[in-house]
Write a protein that binds this ligand. Structure first.
Ligand code: GDP
Length: 394
């Protein structure tokens, strides 16, 4: 029986007791299982608070689990990422991180680093003893291996990050090229307004979708053509802004007007994003002789769906580097790995010239960077920031 603050019964249910340290947080925990419903749960919460409980802060359970060494920091972050995953692949990668795949990799690299550090520090501590050249070379070779490993892990963590955050794909083309139609076809529902009047997409329109396991934000912008219309000009300005943020740009042109392709390319100019060229409306008779479509350009019909499968693959494959990463990651993890990698590279340089003190210091900094990932060293500010982004009750 569950009773309220006056002792009156409000429900009956199950009380589960988890004895420390075998609970998720590592502390003594009880769970009340009631019948549910807003009023009843509120009454139960009120009663629990009356008898001395308080409401949890966002992420407090995960934070306690971290502080009690049940999970490390990157695992705690993976809990939030698992809950917020926007695609099946992102959820799987987050679960892999939660179960410790990423943490284990970081710990293994840390161990390899420690071994090298011990060697270098020993050489520093006993300068009079001749350092065996063999040991030195072996040590350097170990460091080389670690350095290669770090570079690989940065690539993989970056893919994990992309999986978590998704990618921004900008649809760019002359008015009436079929951008809205393509957006709708990829999204599988009517999101953008399709009309036969050029220049109707004045505002940017964003659609979230999951393609082959990757979360994508598709952005349909105004065409890049110059216009006297003030509203349309604003649309063009936004399109150029989006161009800076996009991970991929789809240059869409009407297969019947290959001249558009050339002018779009020159308007685009130099920019970092991956660019896919797509010729649309190949279902139309005038476009049927596809001789005009150059090699490397994807030929599609947004209307009939022809060629869309190839477009989906062309979009997702380069973003994920040909495969799904083994774990999810966050920006701060990628940064920490980059720092560690830079310090290791500098250490390699110093050690090659027997500048042991400098090398040892760089290796120490590399270790600190790795330790930040799993939370061996953290600031309270960082912890506060990470856990405040959790939902309540997690
Ligand atoms: P946007 O201005 O680039 O967004 O172009 P829309 O998507 O509004 O399309 C302009 C016109 O082209 C509409 O009448 C569409 O129905 C038509 N359209 C778009 N894609 C295709 C296609 O693959 N084949 C054919 N036949 N018509 C298309």
């Amino acid at each position: 029986r569950f009773v309220d603050s006056q002792g009156a019964a409000i429900d009956q249910g199950l009380l589960l007791r988890f004895v420390a340290p075998e609970s998720f947080t590592g502390e003594n925990v009880v769970e009340l299982h009631a019948h549910g419903g807003l009023a009843l749960l509120q009454a139960l919460l009120d009663a629990a608070c009356h008898y001395g409980a308080r409401l949890a802060e966002p992420g407090e359970f995960s934070q306690r689990a971290f502080l009690n060494d049940r999970i490390d920091l990157s695992q705690a972050e993976a809990i939030a990422d698992l809950i917020e995953a926007r695609s099946d692949a992102a959820a799987r990668a987050a679960y892999a991180s939660l179960s410790g795949v990423f943490s284990q990799w970081v710990r293994d690299s840390g161990t390899a680093l420690t071994t090298v550090r011990i060697g270098v520090e020993a050489a520093l501590d006993f300068p009079d003893e001749d350092i065996d050249n063999e040991v030195d070379t072996a040590l350097l070779r170990r460091l080389d291996a670690l350095s290669d490993d770090l570079v690989q892990s940065i690539l993989e963590a970056s893919r994990g990050l992309r999986l978590r955050d998704g990618a921004r794909v900008l649809l760019l083309g002359r008015p009436n090229a079929g951008k809205s139609t393509l957006l709708n076809a990829l999204a599988g529902e009517q999101r953008a307004i399709v009309t036969a009047t050029p220049g109707t997409t004045r505002d940017t329109l964003e659609v979230e979708l999951s393609l082959n396991g990757l979360a994508l934000t598709l952005i349909d912008c105004a065409g890049l053509r110059d216009s006297d219309d003030a509203i349309e000009q604003e649309g063009v300005r936004r399109a150029r802004e989006e161009l800076q943020r996009a991970d991929v740009v789809i240059l869409l042109w009407d297969a019947a007007s290959p001249a558009d392709a050339q002018s779009l390319r020159s308007e685009l100019g130099e920019q970092a994003a991956l660019c896919l060229e797509v010729a649309n409306k190949i279902d139309l008779a005038h476009a049927a002789d596809s001789a005009a479509i150059p090699e490397g350009v994807l030929a599609i019909s947004a209307k009939t769906g022809s060629g869309l499968e190839a477009l989906r693959d062309a979009l997702v494959d380069p973003l994920l580097g040909g495969g799904l990463p083994r774990f999810s990651a966050r920006q701060r993890h990628v940064q920490a790995l980059q720092q560690a990698s830079e310090h290791v590279t500098t250490a390699q340089r110093h050690l090659t010239y027997q500048a042991l003190e400098l090398g040892a210091e760089e290796l120490r900094l590399a270790q600190l960077a790795l330790d930040e990932i799993t939370g061996v060293v953290t600031s309270d500010a960082l912890l506060g920031h990470i856990f405040s982004q959790f939902c309540i009750g997690k």
